[in-house]
Write a protein of this length. Structure first.
Length: 96
């Protein structure tokens, strides 16, 4: 299934949570923190400004981004796994 975001929305594939600590302790799923880092897999056409022009998004497909912990909505796409659908404003930085 292909997901095409609208407007200033971005689809992000969240990075996998680490299963062990630095000391080697295995963490159960309930104790894992959800990473606030992921890869952009799709972007919308951009935001429409007050003067009616469309402004392109600052992120592009393939960028690795940092986002807030409560950013976006999580969706399951068929057998492909889960993705986050969020607004560009929820993205804090692009890692280069």
């Amino acid at each position: 299934m292909k997901l095409k975001p609208l407007g200033d929305r971005v689809v992000v594939e969240r990075e996998e949570a680490k299963g062990t600590t630095a000391g080697g302790i295995v963490l159960p799923d309930t104790a894992k923190d959800k990473p606030q880092k992921g890869k952009v897999v799709a972007v919308g056409e951009g935001r429409v400004t007050k003067d009616g022009k469309r402004r392109e998004l600052q992120v592009k497909v393939g960028d690795v981004v940092l986002f807030t912990s409560y950013a976006g909505e999580e969706f399951k796409l068929g057998g492909e796994g889960k993705v986050l659908l969020m607004r560009e404003d929820d993205i804090l930085a692009v890692l280069g």
